[in-house]
Structure formats: structure tokens, C-alpha cells
Design a protein around this ligand. Structure first.
Ligand SMILES: [Fe+2]
Length: 230
């Protein structure tokens, strides 16, 4: 997987194992250790990929409590951004309340691949509302692959055009199934938006998210950056 990512031009990868309450619950410490071990191995094998720890947390009522307790890992372990995914079908009733509570803890939620959520496809206004309140949206690059995810490619393009996507990521799961690839889909995203914006979504903004500066969203929906915390 690491070799595939490097060949695709990826230099830094945030490893985000699933955290699903009651099913997969790797502790923050376990993820930190596993990512550290894997990074050592990449160095040993001369694979130039920087790994950072994170989690992809399933939406649920316990998310704010788990975050408060330190059980969840923010992206890059920086304390500022939490990657949260929605179930494939229905939107849980708690969704907006949980996002609000996460934000009230000083953490910005990043919604993972909402374009693949049937609930969001049926109610895109909900996503617009969530973004307006300060959440970021991360789209899977391969959502733009026509025919692979049903009608998702068309919906993903619509969200891109509407300015409801801030980040494009690989959602890599293995070297064969859902490999960590972005570049095959970036040109399509660039045709829908612009090459400059896609560069920002795949490089500039992710680098700032795991870097020292906070990312802010202006009222007009544009992305800005505030000074690093001292
Ligand atoms: Fe996911």
C-alpha cells in the first residue's frame, strides 16, 4: 500500500483505522504505536512516505464523550480535526447534535465521503447546513470513478461544483481493493472545479490540517488560515 501511494505521488498519509463503537475500537495509544512501528519499517525499506496517526470515527451518540476521554485520535494527533463518517444508508438522528458537541470541544469535524451516503444524496441541504456551521468535507477520490459506486460520481461532481468539498483523499483500504490512489481522479476533479482548487484539496489544505496552523472558513465559504498557536 505504501509503495502504491508513493508511486501515486503521495508523500504524507494519515492512517485512519475505523473506530466503530462496539465493533472496532482501537485505542488512541494502539494506533499511535502501530503507526510508529510501520513508519520504522518504511524507513528500513526505503519507502519515502511519512505516516501520521488518526482514526475514522463512525457517527454515534458516544463520539463527544469518547473524544473528551481521549479515546479518539484527531488527524495527525494534532487535537484539531476529527474524521467522522456517516453510515452508508440512514443519517443518525444525533448527527447535527454530535457535530455541534465536537465543535464545542474545540475540534473541527471532517465528514468522510458524505457523497457515498444515501441519506446525504437524498438530502444534500443537510450537508450544506453542516458545512455552514463549520464542518469540513472530505470526498473520496474514487467517488468520481463513473460506474463504480452507482450514481455517486454524478452526486460527487455536484457537491464539488457547489463548493461543498474541501478535501479529496484516497480512502485507501488495501493495495488491491480501494488502493491509496488520488492522481487517476484528480484530473476529473480539476475539470469540474479547477486545477488550482484540486491542488489545494489534495495538497495545500491537508498539509495545513496536519500542520501547525488552524484552518478557518470564511462566511463566503473560502478557505483561510489563521496564525499558528504559540
Ligand atoms: Fe469510511
Amino acid at each position: 500500500m505504501a509503495r502504491t501511494a508513493v508511486e501515486d505521488g503521495i508523500t504524507t498519509m494519515v492512517a485512519t483505522p475505523h473506530y466503530w463503537e462496539g465493533m472496532f475500537t482501537p485505542t488512541a495509544q494502539e494506533v499511535r504505536r502501530a503507526v510508529g512501528d510501520l513508519q520504522d519499517r518504511l524507513v528500513d525499506e526505503d519507502i519515502p512516505l511519512k505516516l501520521l496517526p488518526g482514526q475514522e470515527v463512525m457517527m454515534g451518540t458516544k463520539v463527544p464523550e469518547r473524544l473528551r476521554q481521549g479515546d479518539l485520535l484527531t488527524l495527525g494527533d494534532g487535537g484539531d480535526y476529527l474524521l467522522i463518517e456517516l453510515p452508508v444508508f440512514d443519517i443518525p438522528m444525533c448527527t447535527e447534535q454530535v457535530l455541534f458537541e465536537v465543535m464545542s470541544l474545540g475540534v473541527t469535524p471532517i465528514l468522510a465521503h458524505p457523497e457515498k451516503s444515501a441519506g446525504i444524496q437524498q438530502d444534500p441541504a443537510l450537508l450544506a447546513r453542516i458545512v455552514e456551521r463549520g464542518c469540513l468535507v472530505q470526498m473520496d477520490a474514487d467517488s468520481l470513478a463513473r460506474g463504480r459506486w452507482g450514481g455517486t460520481a454524478r452526486f460527487a461532481a455536484r457537491l464539488l461544483k457547489a463548493g461543498l468539498v474541501h478535501l479529496i483523499a484516497s480512502d485507501g483500504h488495501s493495495s488491491r481493493q480501494r488502493p491509496p490512489l488520488i492522481s487517476p481522479y484528480a484530473s476529473r476533479a480539476a475539470r469540474i472545479t479547477s486545477p488550482k482548487l484540486v491542488e489545494e484539496m489534495t495538497g495545500g489544505l491537508p498539509a495545513r490540517i496536519v500542520g501547525p496552523a488552524r484552518v478557518t472558513i470564511s462566511a463566503a465559504g473560502g478557505l483561510g488560515e489563521s496564525a499558528p498557536a504559540s
